[in-house]
Design a protein around this ligand. Structure first.
Ligand SMILES: Nc1ncnc2c1ncn2[C@@H]1O[C@H](COP(=O)(O)OP(=O)(O)OP(=O)(O)O)[C@@H](O)[C@H]1O
Length: 330
């Protein structure tokens, strides 16, 4: 794996609402993403995990230029992503692609698979007819679908096949980075494994970098080189996957891992832990996890803790005043 940084997310914020109405009253604001800093190397898979409403999709949309941050910066290959998106949206779409959660809904029902896959080949890559034909066949082979399927419509496919088409569409642009937002959550477990295998194969074959978003801990653990655990819009913990899962430092990560129903089945853990999420319009002072935290102390309510490196490694950070220590490995 190359050590070159491809994506630098620096103190990124996204606020929805806020400001004042025409009559001068304050509009309520939600801070969907706050002070998020993550670096992704070329060839790496960054997993982002957290329960519903923690800001995962908002972050994903900012990474693909669909939403603008209200603060901080996102550098893609050294260049400001927001500026690139407004200067040449098409060039950015070529390099960064997005795969959606709902495979069937994300495909235009009135278009054949050929039309769907040709669009990026023509509009983003400008390929001629002969090159399009070769590339279409290559894309179908890459996602294990027979070329005959090109003439069919999305509703004729199962969820797993439709997601493979969604992946082929992302791949058609010949991107460097693919942001996968809950790409297997809508699929049966047996089908999830097929899609994950294809993603792994494609990543190596086409030297891709992935940002893989999921509430499913076991999926994130199986695909990620690094993992960011999000809570209430912020990074609770980030580090190499084996460290975050092997010796979690943040009490929230412990809670997620501890609510695992049975060995090897972590799929519901994030959802199981969704009790008492703070009100996003009235965030608590200090650490947002404090009220649920078994290690909470009075100092936790002063101000939000900053991500701090672990004694065992500078690349394993936890935003906690009282993190679990080296001796408490799970
Ligand atoms: N367009 C919007 N306007 C106002 N608030 C929004 C908007 N989009 C998201 N939010 C709020 O921002 C917060 C983060 O939402 P987001 O969808 O990013 O979370 P998520 O982790 O992806 O959740 P899920 O898995 O349910 O999609 C939530 O409180 C949500 O209600």
């Amino acid at each position: 794996m190359s050590e070159t940084g491809l994506l630098s997310i620096e103190n990124v914020q996204k606020r929805f609402g806020g400001g004042r109405t025409l009559f001068g009253t304050e509009r309520p604001a939600v801070h969907a993403v706050q002070d998020v800093t993550i670096h992704v190397k070329r060839g790496e898979t960054l997993g982002i995990v957290g329960e519903s409403g923690c800001g995962k999709s908002t972050l994903a949309r900012m990474l693909t230029g669909l939403d603008r941050p209200t603060g901080g910066s996102i550098l893609f290959d050294g260049k400001d992503l927001v500026a690139e998106a407004s200067r040449d949206r098409r060039a950015l779409s070529r390099r960064i692609q997005y795969v959606f959660q709902d495979p069937v809904a994300s495909l235009n029902p009135r278009k054949t698979i050929r039309d769907i896959l040709e669009t990026p080949l023509i509009h983003l890559l400008g390929l001629d007819r002969a090159a399009q034909k070769d590339r279409l066949e290559e894309l179908m082979r890459a996602v294990n679908l027979a070329p005959e399927f090109l003439e069919r419509y999305p509703h004729e496919f199962s969820g797993g096949q439709a997601q493979r088409i969604g992946i082929a569409r992302a791949l058609a642009a010949d991107p460097e980075l693919i942001v996968l937002d809950e790409p297997v959550s809508a699929l049966d477990v047996s089908v999830q494994a097929q899609v994950l295998n294809i993603l792994d194969d494609l990543k190596h074959r086409f030297s891709l970098t992935y940002v893989f978003i999921s509430h499913d801990l076991s999926v994130v653990e199986s695909v990620s080189d690094r993992v960011a655990v999000m809570y209430f819009g912020r990074i609770a913990e980030v580090g190499p996957a084996r460290e975050v899962f092997g010796r979690p430092r943040h009490p929230y990560t412990h809670l997620l891992l501890g609510s695992v129903p049975s060995p090897g089945k972590r799929s519901l853990a994030a959802e199981d832990a969704t009790s008492e999420l703070p009100d996003p319009y009235h965030p608590p002072p200090g650490c947002a996890f404090h009220a649920r935290c078994p290690r909470g102390q009075p100092d936790c309510t002063a101000k939000p803790p900053l991500p701090t490196p672990a004694p065992h490694g500078l690349d394993h950070l936890a935003a906690c005043y009282h993190p679990h220590g080296e001796s408490e490995r799970t």
